[in-house]
Write a protein that binds this ligand. Structure first.
Ligand code: PGA
Length: 243
């Protein structure tokens, strides 16, 4: 039985005070629920503060992205070493917003995964198809390509301690959620592919407009081991209701 994972992706929202209070609220709610693991993906400037807030509690902190490069002359970038230094245990890699808006093509995603792992960060690898790709019947092909890019470059080991988040791009921030059946179908497909690689226990999270009203239906599907929550993770009551 995999431990259910609830991951909050705060994206570029909040202030230090707001996110600190949210993090502490989530951590105190998570504490008695030993069966659930919570990860808070905070904006870079607040990582250290949120990590200090939840230290010793059943909550881990992660970055939303990591540089592909080692420390050096890369203005504006944040190296994996720095993330570890401020208390991160995780990083998202390959979120669709990074892929679409910031040029994180498969090869770059794989380099980032390699850097994160080399520094001891656990990786939550985000995969998912666009609406056009789904409508063209290419969903499985796209997701497999995104997984393979990382496994080919970094080896199966790259994912062992991490997680995969299946996030259909058309469902992110749009209010459109994959139906439980659509999520179940893709999670079963990803589970099969991971099993072929020997990664039978890797958690697979669903993401894309998850909210209290749909979380239970999604999380009770086979092979849905948790959820990656964007908008609804910015309200303590919503996130608690998803637990
Ligand atoms: P959303 O975001 O829940 O606001 O759709 C999810 C994500 O981008 O991880």
């Amino acid at each position: 039985m995999r431990t259910p994972l609830i991951a909050a992706n705060w994206k570029m929202n909040g202030t230090g005070d707001v996110l600190s209070a949210l993090g502490r609220g989530i951590a105190s709610a998570a504490e008695p629920l030993t069966a659930v693991q919570t990860i808070l993906f905070a904006p870079h400037p607040y990582l250290a503060r949120v990590a200090a807030d939840v230290r010793g509690l059943r909550v881990e902190v992660g970055a939303q992205d990591v540089a592909a490069e080692a420390p050096g002359a890369f203005t504006g970038e944040v190296a994996a070493e720095m993330l570890v230094d401020v208390g991160c245990r995780w990083t998202l890699v390959g979120h669709s917003e990074r892929r679409t808006l910031y040029g994180d093509v498969d090869e770059r995603v794989a380099v980032k995964v390699g850097r994160a792992l080399g520094c001891g960060l656990k990786v939550m690898l985000c995969v998912g198809e666009t609406l056009e790709e789904r409508e063209a019947g290419r969903t499985a092909e796209v997701v497999l390509r995104q997984l393979d890019a990382v496994v080919d470059a970094c080896g199966v080991q790259a994912l062992v301690d991490g997680a995969v988040a299946y996030e259909p791009v058309w469902a992110i921030g749009t209010g459109l959620t994959a139906t439980p059946e659509q999520a179940a179908e893709m999670h079963a497909f990803i589970r099969d592919e991971l099993t072929k690689l020997g990664l039978t226990d890797l958690p697979i999270l669903y993401g894309g407009s998850v909210k209290p009203g749909n979380a239970k239906d999604l999380m009770t599907q086979p092979h849905v081991d948790g959820v990656l929550v964007g908008g609804a993770s910015l309200k303590l009551d919503s996130l608690r209701a998803i637990d």
